[in-house]
Design a binder for this molecule. Structure first.
Ligand SMILES: [Zn+2]
Ligand SMILES: [Zn+2]
Length: 319
């Protein structure tokens, strides 16, 4: 099969890689569509030291198991489901977990991927395949209200107008008012303007320390220092950004202003699929470019270009 494989810091398209052998509890899924994500780009820069098939956002069709022949999306954390952490209801933090395309498990930029059956969710018929590719990052956005009590009147600022910033803004705009998205790209902010969400350019922003909640979706080590200029004393910063390497910054403002910092990662797939089926989140305008898997390297290059929001990879024939 074809696969986009990371070895060290080199990415290559393999044309005759062996099909994955499913581990216990896993089924082989034929990939229809995949999405390139900031995490893929960070992995290529050395984040997590991953080697193997890249990619974790996908829609596919299982070859076997109870969902065989139907479209599915898959949660990315492959947990043991037996350790104290898993039994306590925190499987996404299982210490022996593997993560599709990120930690010790081949990913989805390939014709086939093996995924634990338990991780799969059926895609509602009304959700088109291109939209369903956004389930994983949209679930990550829905993780914020799972972690934080948000009042209707909370002032929320989302930093970052990229893929995840857009999704977090749409999810939180359904809960809080006022909400402001701060970015650097007028064309990306325009997508949010069109949805009636207030936006501002980073350079126009006063360091006013007024926001109750600031969500960092910048994908940059400048996100947290910027968030500290915007959050109010005793406010909350939600970190969605994972940066390869070490971040250095003065921490005294966190203490002085008694700021709560919440790390936030993977979220509930069921809520994301419900929102896509209800049409309450707009994702298709985010698709900037698409490539066949045979041009997977060009897809990853395109995903790094400024101005590009979401790059999709067409893997298998649609259904
Ligand atoms: Zn991702
Ligand atoms: Zn476990």
């Amino acid at each position: 099969m074809r696969a986009v494989v990371l070895t060290g810091d080199a990415v290559a398209l393999e044309k005759e890689r062996a099909r994955p052998t499913p581990r216990e509890g896993e089924v082989v899924v034929r990939v229809l569509r995949a999405g390139a994500c900031e995490t893929d780009l960070q992995l290529i820069r050395g984040y997590m030291g991953f080697n193997g098939v890249l990619g974790h956002e996908f829609v596919g069709v299982p070859e076997e198991g109870p969902y065989a022949g139907q479209r599915v999306v898959g949660e990315i954390n492959c947990s043991c489901r037996a350790c104290p952490t898993c039994l306590a209801g925190r499987p996404t933090h299982c210490p022996s977990r593997m993560t599709l395309g990120i930690v010790n498990h081949d990913g989805v930029f390939a014709d086939f991927v093996a995924v634990p059956q338990h991780n799969l969710h059926l895609v509602p018929e009304t959700v088109v395949t291109d939209a369903a590719v956004f389930t994983e990052p949209l679930a990550a956005a829905f993780q914020i209200p799972e972690q934080l009590f948000l009042a209707r009147t909370d002032r929320v600022v989302v930093l970052g107008d990229g893929r995840l910033g857009n999704l977090c803004a749409q999810v939180l705009a359904g809960i809080c008012d006022p909400l402001l998205v701060v970015g650097k790209h007028p064309d990306k902010l325009a997508l949010l303007d069109a949805l009636g969400i207030e936006t501002a350019l980073l350079n126009d922003l006063p360091a006013d320390h007024l926001a109750d909640v600031v969500v960092d979706c910048t994908g940059s080590d400048t996100g947290l220092p910027t968030a500290l200029k915007l959050v109010r004393p005793r406010g909350t910063i939600v970190l969605k950004t994972t940066v390869a390497g070490t971040q250095r910054m003065p921490w005294a403002p966190v203490v002085i202003d008694e700021v709560t910092i919440v790390g936030s990662r993977c979220g509930p797939f069921d809520r994301a699929l419900e929102a896509l089926a209800a049409g309450s989140i707009s994702v298709l305008p985010m698709i900037s470019e698409r490539f066949d898997l045979s041009h997977g390297l060009a897809a990853l290059a395109a995903a790094q270009r400024p101005g590009v929001l979401k790059v999709l990879i067409d893997v298998g024939g649609d259904q």
